[in-house]
Design a protein around this ligand. Structure first.
Ligand code: COA
Length: 269
């Protein structure tokens, strides 16, 4: 009997922002495992190069195209270069995000704006820049949201506002680009182990252990849990799914859970 392995994304191109580290790096690696040519986007070329080298050493195809997602013109250059090198963009993963825990009254207007600019404007910029290079029909866009989009959290006013915006942007693009054969969906990762965001919001130790105990599935996520969901949304198995914002969070948002940050809210002075 002949056996063969067909890789899902052979010959197609994925454009992954935030691909230089964390969840998005793992998503990029998993897309490459499935045959995709991966264009990694982030602020630091050396970080992207290191991830690309790892993918190539494992037999995949990848290259870094540095851009800050806040800089639309830089993204336009990156996506054009990725198209030139690898072909039309079949998958766009809008993963770049910024976060720091801070009470609203301890934040400057510029601090709030910095997260809105990275998460919300950055997602728009990525989708808009990629639009002119998308594989039509058939492209799949996945935005990376957060529990903060649906669950208010102390010290996260900037992220809550930004990610709620990302979800509505996702749904709107699904309406506008669906007729072209472009699917646009979002993933809400819950608390994910071994990420910078988790280390900031729920440092290892009693806070994180308590968090895991409260999860309906009694553990925090792995990066692979999230990458699996993204792979599903990019695959033909999800060919009739668009405009969906899917929690991949062990039941965290269903349970109405919010990560409780170490410091309680207080008035200054
Ligand atoms: N509390 C309050 N304000 C803060 C802050 C904190 N912990 N951290 C940054 N800010 C403010 C800064 O003071 C600045 O405001 P100001 O101009 O009024 O002083 C504003 O936020 C922008 O700061 P800056 O350092 O210039 O940020 P940046 O635009 O270069 O980058 C982030 C912003 C979010 C990317 C940065 O905080 C960062 O590098 N975070 C870690 C990486 C990360 O977020 N990874 C993703 C995890 S999900």
């Amino acid at each position: 009997m002949t056996t063969y392995v067909q890789r899902m994304f052979e010959g197609r191109t994925a454009f992954v922002t935030g691909g230089g580290s964390g969840i998005n790096q793992r998503i990029a690696e998993r897309l490459a495992e499935q045959g995709a040519n991966v264009a990694l986007v982030g602020r630091t070329q050396s970080k992207l190069d290191a991830v690309a080298e790892g993918i190539k050493a494992a037999g995949g195809k990848a290259a870094g195209f540095a851009a800050d997602v806040r800089d639309y013109d830089a993204l336009v250059r990156s996506v054009a270069a990725a198209h030139e090198q690898f072909g039309a963009i079949g998958m766009v993963i809008c993963g770049a995000a910024g976060n720091f825990p801070a009470l609203a009254n301890a934040m400057s207007a510029n601090a709030f704006k910095s997260v809105i600019d990275i998460d919300l404007l950055g997602t728009f910029n990525t989708c808009r820049a990629a639009y002119d290079h998308l594989e039509l029909p058939g492209a799949s866009i996945v935005t990376i949201s957060a529990p903060q989009a649906v669950q208010a959290m102390v010290m996260q006013s900037h992220v809550c506002a930004a990610k709620a915006g990302v979800d509505m942007l996702t749904k709107t693009l699904a309406l506008e680009w669906g007729p072209l054969g472009v699917r646009v969906n979002g993933v809400i990762p819950g608390a994910v182990a071994d990420t910078e965001g988790m280390d900031r919001l729920a440092p290892a130790g009693p806070i994180r252990e308590a968090l895991a105990r409260q999860m309906p599935l009694r553990r925090v996520a792995t990066k692979d849990d999230i990458a699996d969901m993204v792979i599903f949304l990019c695959s033909d198995a999800a060919k009739y799914v668009t405009g969906a914002i899917i929690p991949c969070d062990g039941g965290m948002t269903t349970a109405g859970m919010a990560i409780q940050t170490p410091r309680p809210p207080s008035r200054p002075g």
